[in-house]
Design a protein around this ligand. Structure first.
Ligand code: GAP
Length: 434
């Protein structure tokens, strides 16, 4: 199926309460979004799938949750104060500001259409600044972190020591980052406040290339294992002139978004840039001591770094299908079951008290295990469609026969096949499938 157009997905996300505009009642704040009941469940599932694969299923990765506000010296040492800039131009005609390297036409303002009106490009630093404490001054200026990675580097020695780790090992972190993007846009794809999923993998310099290959493959496979279509996913190596100031090699995992191929995640070989910079700036020895070889050195770092909302958005797009079933249109999100916000819907065929009572009992039995939704309004066909549209893998219908045979009908989302299952066996039936 051709990719759904951008507006179709955005409308579904808004209509079904995945995403709301931030501060909507005040007219909305551009480039920030709030996540509604289904959105928060989808984001949580994306993060859990990432944590499961990056931390829980591995014996060489530890978790961390470092602070958003860190010493400003962190950002001086990391190079962000000097180099975390994008080129900014302003149109002298309409005063719109643009990111110069993203303009389709370097001479014409995309807002007012006037040519030859851009100012000289100047470096614009993307870090948000604020002040720590009650007095705002130069001495207490701090930054909101623009990436979670630096909190990992500054805690490298703490984690290595308490976890008694030898190389190679990784430290993973999920959390908010902030960038004052010049041109946020494409819905939740590029925002000024966002969540990242990052892992820094520390290795001997001689093994860095091998681990780089490993992580590029691992991360590519993660999306495929969660059901993303291989046709919509690709790896792209950065050209020399695209590389960030800390990287010697980077691959992007790219998704075919409605506007074209764009970045989901970057996997970079950051060399020893970070640990060496923080050691030099802090005066702390952050080298690793290899007892067997009697050797002391700065580990190299391989970093897979992804965005949570961007990933969730790509999964939504990829899962979206429109089809015709018995001459009626059906919209279905074929999300991997682990990502689906609601796993089971329990639907009484009518609002008769006896059916409602059984519905509530069935739902109560399932709730400790999965996200369950009970829906009692409108015809059963409409309710199935509503669940299909949000990707619920199983609908359990309580009907009049249930009162006699103590069984329910379980309908599967993708094939729409139905099984009659005894209520007493329902938990096992669903456990086998979810
Ligand atoms: N520590 C490395 C790093 O931060 P990055 O490529 O700048 O690398 C990693 O960011 C990922 O974070 C990106 O691939 C993207 O998924 C996400 N990301 C970056 N900026 C974002 C933004 N403004 N809005 C949403 N997601 C963003």
């Amino acid at each position: 199926m051709a990719a759904p157009d951008f507006d179709t997905i955005v409308n579904l996300a808004k209509k079904r309460g995945f995403v709301f505009q931030s501060s909507e009642i005040y007219g909305g704040l551009r480039s920030a979004y709030d996540y509604g009941p289904l959105g928060v469940a989808l984001l949580r599932n994306v993060k859990s799938a990432w944590w499961r694969s990056m931390v829980r299923l591995r014996d060489d990765v530890e978790g961390l949750d470092s602070a958003i506000i860190q010493s400003p010296r962190v950002w001086e040492a990391s190079g962000h104060v000097e180099q975390f800039n994008d080129p900014l131009v302003e149109c002298t005609h309409c005063h719109a500001r643009h990111r110069f390297d993203r303009l389709e036409n370097a001479d014409r303002c995309p807002k007012c259409g006037t040519a030859g009106t851009f100012t000289e490009a100047r470096d614009f630093n993307l870090m948000f600044k604020t002040h720590m404490g009650p007095v705002a001054g130069d001495t207490n200026q701090v930054y909101l972190r623009p990436e979670t990675a630096q909190g990992i580097f500054t805690n490298f020695e703490n984690v290595r020591r308490v976890a008694r780790r030898k190389l190679p090992f990784g430290i993973a972190q999920l959390g908010k980052s902030f960038r004052n993007e010049i041109t946020p846009g494409q819905f939740v794809f590029r925002t000024r406040e966002f969540e990242q999923m990052e892992m820094e993998y520390f290795t001997h310099p001689d093994e860095a290339d091998q681990w780089f290959q490993h992580w590029v493959e691992e991360r590519h496979n993660w999306y495929l294992e969660l059901g993303m279509s291989p046709d919509n996913l690709r790896l792209r190596r950065h050209d020399e002139d695209e590389l960030a100031h800390y990287a010697v090699a980077t691959f992007d995992v790219e998704y075919r978004f409605p506007w074209g191929w764009d970045e989901l995640e970057g996997i970079a070989n950051r060399t020893d840039f970070d640990l060496r910079s923080h050691a030099e700036a802090s005066g702390k020895d952050l080298r690793y001591f290899d007892q067997a070889a009697g050797d002391r050195f700065y580990p190299y770092v391989i970093e897979p770094a992804a965005g949570v909302a961007r990933t969730a958005f790509a999964f939504l797009i990829d899962a979206y299908h429109e089809e015709t079933v018995r001459d009626a249109p059906r919209t279905v999100l074929r999300l991997d079951k682990s990502l689906a916000p609601i796993k089971v819907a329990v639907l009484p065929l009518s609002k008769k008290p006896a059916l409602i009572e059984d519905t509530e009992q069935v739902a109560a039995r399932l709730r400790p295990h999965w996200e369950v939704q009970v829906d009692v309004t409108q015809a059963i066909g409409r309710r199935y469609r509503r669940q299909d549209e949000i990707g619920t893998p199983y609908c359990v219908t309580v009907d009049f026969d249930t009162l006699d045979d103590r069984s329910v009908t379980v309908r599967e989302r993708d094939t729409m096949t139905q099984d009659r299952v005894e209520i007493g066996r329902l938990l096992d039936y669903l456990t086998d499938r979810l």
